[in-house]
Design a protein around this ligand. Structure first.
Ligand SMILES: NC(=O)c1ccc[n+]([C@@H]2O[C@H](COP(=O)([O-])OP(=O)(O)OC[C@H]3O[C@@H](n4cnc5c(N)ncnc54)[C@H](O)[C@@H]3O)[C@@H](O)[C@H]2O)c1
Length: 461
């Protein structure tokens, strides 16, 4: 079959896979190929056991795979054949050298740019899907055009705003799609070509365009603002616990102000995920590079509050469980960084598990979708840890339950049954404020929510 366009995506991860599957699904007239250096990942994409869990993803992949959606390890061939190349390789925080722990590690990105240059035999539009420091497009252009071989490369920025857990919904019906380009004739033409692709299913008014630096910066700023909301309400949760105020009531009161809005105001043990921390640190590093120390410090505060919130959670557990966790059994209820994903990258559960193990607590980890990742994350942890799919078995014989992920299924658990099986006094630390605290208290639990008065059966001092 003759396809209208040939699209390639380099990087078959949490972003590349779902994004391209939706493009292929919505646009059967295009051939969409996704390539990766990791052959196991590609084999999984070609199987019934996809490498990532996202509601609705399996169906979308099943409909398009083999028709106009292909997963492959043949990167060079893919580059030669396509007119538009999305790049969605990972850009983690650097762990070595200058900027370690702050700057984005651009080695995968740089290698990809070189590979594109080497194997291109015709003009290409290159689309930045990965989240990158501002002005990466310029670096990419410099790598791509060093040969002066007559091939034209137009680099566009098209950051991805999907949220894991709702990726398919977000991709099918996004709040907006942002496309940044150089404002030259050929840059604007390339931008229009990408607009045309999205316009197959997204209303034009939601496809916004900008200059390329605004687009690159907008992604970092979007994540910084979202994370800032979480850190703001989490900082308030600490004051609530000291004063008797209830963070849910405060959040409702401020969220009903239409200038503030009510989204992203749930206090919790802290944010996780591969992006928020990494992207804020990336922004902070960028600010320092431009000598904007006050701006850097302001955004760094968002990450600091998040670290503080996680540490506070552990210290609260330690203090309330009579200042020792040694030999006590704790059930970690949920390990994914949020509900409806199996992703555990930067999950607060990793930090909490490690800190509890340092206190010599014995841990039982349970999660409906993230146990495989949890086992990898806790490989080498210094302490006694086991993994159990069934939450009832996981809580059996435990002194405490720490809720780490807001899985819906946890709200419906039979806590009466769980209480009966636990060591007494039994504690629940609800790191997501998802449970019915009064009900748990009446069952017999000592209940410690975030940002609300604790409910305990101990006599007041
Ligand atoms: N995960 C999210 O929710 C999310 C959301 C928006 C943006 N982003 C950004 O998108 C980018 C990708 O994130 P992700 O979560 O999909 O990462 P990921 O680690 O899941 O996937 C990246 C993939 O790229 C592959 N890869 C690396 N170098 C390669 C190369 N030279 N050639 C071919 N493949 C290569 C890796 O093997 C991996 O499978 C990052 O920049 C991230 O910040 C992520």
């Amino acid at each position: 079959m003759d396809f209208e366009k040939k699209i390639l995506c380099i990087g078959a991860g949490y972003v590349g896979g779902p994004t391209m599957a939706v493009i292929a699904n919505k646009c059967p007239q295009y051939k969409v190929t996704i390539v990766d250096i990791n052959p196991e990942r590609i084999a999984q994409w070609n199987s019934d056991d996809l490498p990532i869990y996202e509601p609705g993803l399996a169906q979308v992949v099943k409909e398009a795979r083999g028709r106009n959606l292909f997963f492959s390890t043949e990167i060079d061939k893919g580059i030669r054949e396509s007119e538009i190349i999305f790049v969605s390789v990972n850009t983690p925080t650097k762990t070595f050298g200058a900027g370690a722990g702050m700057a984005a590690d651009l080695q995968y990105w740089d290698k990809t740019a070189r590979q594109i240059r080497e194997h291109s035999t015709s003009d290409k539009i290159i689309v930045e899907k990965s989240t990158l420091p501002v002005r990466t497009a310029q670096a990419m252009e410099r790598i791509l055009t060093v040969d002066d071989n007559g091939i034209r490369f137009d680099v566009l920025s098209n950051p991805e705003f999907l949220a894991e857990g709702t990726a398919i919904k977000d991709l099918e019906n996004p709040d907006r799609v942002l496309i940044g380009s150089r404002e030259t004739r050929s840059g604007l033409k390339a931008r229009e070509e990408l607009v045309e692709i999205y316009a197959n299913w997204i209303p034009r008014e939601r496809i916004i365009t900008s200059n390329i630096w605004s687009s690159e910066l907008s992604k970092l700023v979007a994540n910084a603002f979202l994370a800032q909301r979480i850190s703001s309400i989490n900082s308030v949760s600490a004051i609530c616990e000291k004063t008797g105020a209830d963070v849910t009531e405060v959040a409702r009161a401020i969220g009903m102000d239409s200038r503030v809005g009510d989204r992203f105001l749930n206090a919790s043990v802290g944010f996780g995920g591969s992006c928020f921390k990494k992207d804020i640190l990336n922004l902070v590093y960028l600010c320092r590079n431009y000598d904007l120390e006050e701006v850097a410090k302001y955004w760094e505060g968002v990450v600091k509050i998040n670290d503080y919130q996680k540490e506070r959670f552990v210290l609260n557990m330690l203090n309330t469980m009579f200042n020792t966790l040694a030999g006590k059994k704790v059930c970690i209820l949920g390990f994914a960084f949020k509900a409806d994903t199996g992703d555990t990258r930067e999950s607060p559960a990793i930090f909490i598990a490690n800190r509890l193990a340092e206190e010599n607590a014995e841990l039982v980890i349970t999660d409906p979708n993230a146990l495989k990742n949890a086992i990898k994350d806790l490989d080498g942890i210094d302490g006694k840890v086991s993994f159990e799919e069934d939450p009832y078995k996981a809580a059996d014989g435990c002194d405490a339950i720490a809720v780490m992920t807001e899985w819906d299924v946890y709200k419906g658990l039979d806590f009466e049954r769980i209480y009966q099986s636990m060591t007494k006094p039994a504690f629940i630390f609800d790191g997501r404020n998802i449970l019915d605290h009064q009900k748990l208290y009446h069952i017999g639990f000592n209940v410690f929510p975030i940002g609300k008065p604790a409910l305990t059966h101990f006599e007041a001092e």
